[in-house]
Write a protein that binds this ligand. Structure first.
Ligand SMILES: C[S@@+](CC[C@H](N)C(=O)[O-])C[C@H]1O[C@@H](n2cnc3c(N)ncnc32)[C@H](O)[C@@H]1O
Length: 460
């Protein structure tokens, strides 16, 4: 935040009351550059081999690292391949919260109710026990595509996307073991990273956000299974949106507030119900979180059998299923469905019943991962498949140097005289970027238009 920008007077007065003598170091911290941090994708890269030089660790996440400066991420092909997510460090603490409060080795059903652009969803996808299901929801339609693409890049076959108002989930009461409400908020914690947030701040907006958060939380509470966890987080500091909403959850919604054991060396401040990250106490932005256990509640009761036919009617031919096996990793176990436009979608078989519940309970179901499309006998693989961790590891591929990888990501023509003909994965540092088809005299680039790098790459 530049020296010339001043904080709104009402915000400053409130933070002075909240922080006392710590207000001065807080304000000074807001005027220093925000730290840059990434979270590696352990399903795609091994830190020891991937990182060119040792980096400072984010103390509360095993795959979180601070970068010495902000690179142009767009010009790093491995960013497009889903090797890491650029995530503000404080919010990575949810990994520690989940590990302490939900130490389950068993598969879980997880809902990220306010998910775009997908930072917490990718964190959840990496954290969750094998066999779990993650549903990432974003109500604002214009924000759904970025969520879908970020999750596709992350590659988890067990993460799905949808777009509903929180109240639309009422047919799934008691279904989820973990529900995260990373609520839309007044964004006070982002003042350093995004000075525009200062212009948008007002007391009225804080009140509006607090009321909206309660509406979202009232819907979310119902969805948590008995014994399950509701996580509430914001990137703001005020009590109205934070601890007062947490108090309301504890007192009126009959949830049991959970404590998290965070060593004082981490610098996280304890509020009455939740926890607050301040930028002068740790290397991260402003972030608040509180955790609650659904003590009682009604368990979900659904009849999957009633809905089976719905998906069966769109199931694939046996010979097409057999052809698909070549494109998928040996250990993957998928069931396939075909959309009316013939796109083939794949779901890990152990999640089939849960997907059928979701499909029945939500008006338009959920978006499943695309595998490709059969055109006659030819299978045209989808971008989602290239990104998925369930793709067969031994498919024909061309390893591209950085310059050629960026040309591929710009959707330009590239020449590969040595490469075999047919479908080829474009790779950089062993990570898949997308599909090419080598016709001999030319290479067709199948990167989806929306994934194309738009910036000028000539500076590389
Ligand atoms: C703080 S952001 C979520 C950030 C995301 N969890 C991440 O880590 O990348 C809050 C999200 O809630 C969405 N949202 C806005 N109004 C909402 C509402 N009434 N119900 C649910 N979500 C809403 C916003 O569009 C936004 O994407």
């Amino acid at each position: 935040m530049p020296q010339s920008v001043s904080l709104p007077a009402a915000f400053e007065a409130r933070l002075k009351a909240q922080l006392g003598t710590e207000f001065t170091p807080f304000e000074e911290a807001l005027r220093t550059p925000p730290p840059v941090s990434i979270r590696l994708n352990p399903a795609k890269v091994d830190a020891a081999r991937y990182l060119a030089a040792p980096l400072e660790r984010v103390p509360w996440h095993p795959a979180g690292y601070y970068l010495p400066e902000r690179p142009v991420f767009t010009l790093d092909p491995t960013f497009h391949a889903g090797a890491y997510y650029v995530q503000e460090a404080s919010s990575m603490i949810l990994h520690e919260v989940l590990t302490q409060l939900m130490p389950s080795p068993y598969p879980l059903r997880i809902l990220d109710l306010c998910a775009a652009p997908g930072g917490k969803s990718t964190l959840l996808a990496s954290w969750m026990p094998p066999g779990s299901l993650l549903l990432a929801n974003e109500v604002i339609r214009s924000r759904v595509n970025v969520l879908k693409d970020n999750l596709a890049r992350w590659g988890s076959p067990d993460a799905f996307t949808c777009s509903y108002d929180p109240e639309a989930f009422s047919g799934l009461n008691g279904f989820f073991d973990v529900v995260l409400v990373d609520a839309p908020c007044s964004g006070e914690g982002l003042f350093r990273k995004d000075p525009d947030a200062i212009q948008e701040w007002s007391e009225e907006h804080v009140q509006l956000c607090a009321a909206r958060q309660r509406r979202i939380l009232s819907a979310a509470v119902q969805l948590v299974a008995p014994g399950g966890l509701l996580l509430y987080s914001t990137c703001t500091y005020n009590e109205l949106e934070n601890d007062q909403n947490a108090q309301w959850l504890a007192e009126t919604q009959k949830l049991t507030h959970q404590e998290v054991n965070l060593p004082t060396t981490l610098g996280v401040s304890t509020r009455h119900y939740g926890y607050q990250c301040y930028p002068h106490r740790l290397r991260g932005e402003g972030f608040y979180f509180a955790a609650f256990r659904q003590a009682r509640g009604v368990p979900f009761r659904g009849k999957a059998a009633r809905y089976m036919d719905k998906l069966k009617s769109k199931s694939l031919h046996k010979r097409e299923e057999a052809a698909l096996a070549d494109w998928l990793a040996g250990e993957s176990d998928f069931f396939f469905v075909q959309r009316p436009d013939d796109t083939v979608l794949g779901v890990p078989r152990p999640l089939k019943e849960d997907l059928l519940f979701l499909d029945a309970a939500l008006p338009q179901g959920v978006w499943l991962r695309e595998l490709g499309l059969f055109k006659g006998k030819e299978f045209i693989p989808a971008q989602d498949l290239a990104m998925s961790t369930a793709i067969a590891p031994d498919l024909p591929a061309a390893e591209l140097d950085r310059e050629t990888a960026l040309l591929f990501l710009k959707k330009e023509h590239i020449v590969l005289p040595e490469a075999p003909k047919g479908w080829l994965l474009a790779r950089h540092r062993g990570l898949n970027l997308g599909w090419m088809k080598n016709l001999g005299n030319r290479v067709n680039n199948y990167l989806p238009k929306d994934w194309r790098i738009r910036m000028d790459i000539r500076e590389v």
